[in-house]
Design a protein around this ligand. Structure first.
Ligand SMILES: [Zn+2]
Length: 395
């Protein structure tokens, strides 16, 4: 009871902002007398703070507003990508308080070596947070692959060359006895969580996030919650059989959507071999910046490549929109570098295919979160456990 009621208050403060105990009691339906005790618990656990007198509240004596306390606790997300690790810490109020990116060659070294590096980054981050008086209440490792929701084992991450890697347990072991709980989740799912966190309080509870990288992944938020599926493999949209050329995919199948619209086919369409934008040893951000520049200058080859990607993207998105009925579709990863070229064809196709003129069409936007998106989502995901059960912060 205490767990669910304190959770209700904490989520209400997150979604609606600071307010007085009296307003909270009215809006949550909890009794005023219990409210005092519950708020006292939340303050003692470092999750809620007393603030300014409430403005615009109920008439009469203004109550002292309580709000989320971002100072004392945080969640951490670490994204493993083919060529970088990204670590982000987010406090309870949703503010990013740590952010770093470290280049690695995750596909070229054994998984254990990459995990050791993750462990080092986390040890440093946890120490520096602790010296600032911030407790990390959870860690989520974001991996580009099929991740078992129950065990945190990455069953298959084709582009890292990972198979059956127990990343959550391995990282927890490296952090030792004082380790906060460590989970692992698919990177695109966590990208969707990061996008939803940006939209808190906006009323958008149904969101489809599609990220284009070496692979193409999806994250589905439905009714405000991340869709996991029976084993946690929901959202593997990159492997829908849509490519008429039936090219070989890294997953072992042929004709997957990502062989049409992933980063590799885009680069092949946009430039000849030997062109700097196709050199994997160059930072991806630099190569995308160069392609962005070419598109801005009206370079015919780049624009034709983007037109073809836009068409392929529209084909898959229109299927997903029919199946999932999202309110918003967010294009992330490399797609987000080309909103002017990729959003319009996808949005136009959704309008053209709607069943009647009155039918609502989801809005299509490019992500603004950049390369840190999955790590940021991981940090929010770690905090989500606290929003569901604030007693986790009691110890
Ligand atoms: Zn595939």
């Amino acid at each position: 009871m205490r767990r669910s009621n304190t959770g209700l208050i904490l989520r209400h403060l997150r979604d609606h902002g600071g307010r007085s105990r009296a307003t909270l009691a009215t809006e949550t339906g909890l009794a005023k007398s219990t409210m005092t005790t519950l708020i006292a618990d939340l303050v003692a656990w470092g999750l809620v703070r007393e603030g300014q007198p409430e403005r615009g509240g109920a008439p009469g004596r203004p109550g002292m507003a309580v709000s989320l306390d971002g100072r004392g606790v945080c969640g951490i997300g670490v994204e493993v990508n083919v060529d970088y690790l990204c670590l982000v810490a987010v406090d309870l109020a949703g503010t990013v308080i740590r952010e770093s990116t470290t280049p690695i060659d995750a596909a070229g070294v054994p998984a254990a070596q990459t995990i050791a590096r993750i462990g080092e980054l986390l040890v440093d981050a946890l120490e520096s947070l602790k010296s600032d008086g911030v407790r990390a209440l959870g860690v989520t490792v974001a991996a580009p692959g099929f991740t078992d929701k129950a065990t945190g084992v990455v069953r298959l991450a084709p582009n890292l060359g990972w198979r059956e890697v127990a990343v959550a347990d391995d990282v927890a072991r490296l952090l030792g006895e004082a380790s906060p709980p460590v989970h692992a989740e698919n990177d695109a799912k966590l990208g969707a969580v990061a996008e939803q966190a940006q939209l808190a309080g906006s009323g958008v509870d149904d969101l489809l996030y599609i990220t284009g990288d070496v692979g193409v992944g999806g994250g589905i938020i439905t009714g405000g919650r991340l869709l996991l599926g029976a084993d946690g493999f929901a959202g593997e949209i990159g492997h829908m059989p849509l490519d008429p050329a039936m090219l070989q995919c890294a997953c072992g199948r042929r004709g997957c959507w990502e062989t049409m619209v992933g980063l590799a086919p885009f680069l092949r369409l946009a430039a000849d071999e030997g062109d700097a934008v196709r050199r994997p040893d160059q930072p991806l951000e630099d190569r995308l910046r160069e392609l962005r520049r070419r598109a801005d200058e009206g370079d015919d080859r780049t624009l034709r490549a983007l037109a073809q990607i836009g068409e392929g993207l529209g084909t898959g998105v229109s299927i997903l929109a029919d199946v999932l009925n999202p309110r918003r579709i967010v294009l992330g990863g490399y797609f987000a570098w080309f909103p002017a070229e990729l959003v319009a064809p996808v949005a136009d196709l959704l309008v053209a295919r709607r069943l009647n003129a009155d039918a609502a069409v989801p809005s299509v936007v490019g992500s603004r979160l950049g390369l840190t998106s999955a790590a940021r989502g991981g940090a929010h995901y770690a905090l989500e456990a606290v929003f569901r059960d604030p007693t986790l912060a009691a110890t």
